[in-house]
Design a protein around this ligand. Structure first.
Ligand code: DQA
Length: 148
């Protein structure tokens, strides 16, 4: 099983951003934990980060051709306004899980909207790095159940 984790704009700066909101883990640490948990669950986890919207769209197109089993995406601020990323995600046939470290619903109003909402299976937010780990476990279990 192959799970692709996509990290969007500014997420390479985790570890240096506001620690009260985002904790202190770096993106490299998050990716390492995802890969380690993936291994215990029998899933290969690949991680990709970019600050360029077109590069993110192209990585999503590539995921379509690779036939990945599930996608986890924390698109950062793009979540709230990028119809381009939303349309790219809509092309995929596999489950897509939206992830946020912070509880976006308890923050500024502009963060309450996800333009991805209609094209993802669901959203996990507010649990820091555990949002990613919960999304990975959920993705593996969805893929297993849907293969039955
Ligand atoms: C974020 C929440 C977004 O609103 C914000 O723009 C981010 C990070 C999160 O992980 O909590 O960059 O996606």
């Amino acid at each position: 099983m192959k799970i692709l984790t996509l990290h969007g704009i500014n997420l390479n700066m985790f570890g240096k951003r506001d620690a009260k909101t985002y904790g202190t883990a770096t993106l490299a640490e998050i990716d390492a934990e995802l890969k380690a948990i993936g291994q215990t669950l029998g899933a290969e986890v690949e991680c990709f980060q970019t600050n360029f919207e077109g590069a993110m769209a192209e990585r999503i197109h590539q995921a379509y051709f690779e036939g990945v089993d599930a996608v986890l995406i924390n698109a950062g601020a793009w979540t709230h306004y990028s119809y381009g990323i939303r349309d790219a995600l809509a092309i995929l046939k596999c489950p897509i899980l939206e992830v946020h470290m912070s509880n976006v619903h308890a923050r500024e109003t502009f963060r309450h909207t996800s333009v991805f909402a209609e094209v993802v299976r669901g959203q996990i937010c507010g649990f820091g790095t555990e949002s990613y780990m919960a999304a990975l476990r959920t993705a593996v279990s969805l893929v297993q159940k849907e293969a039955q």
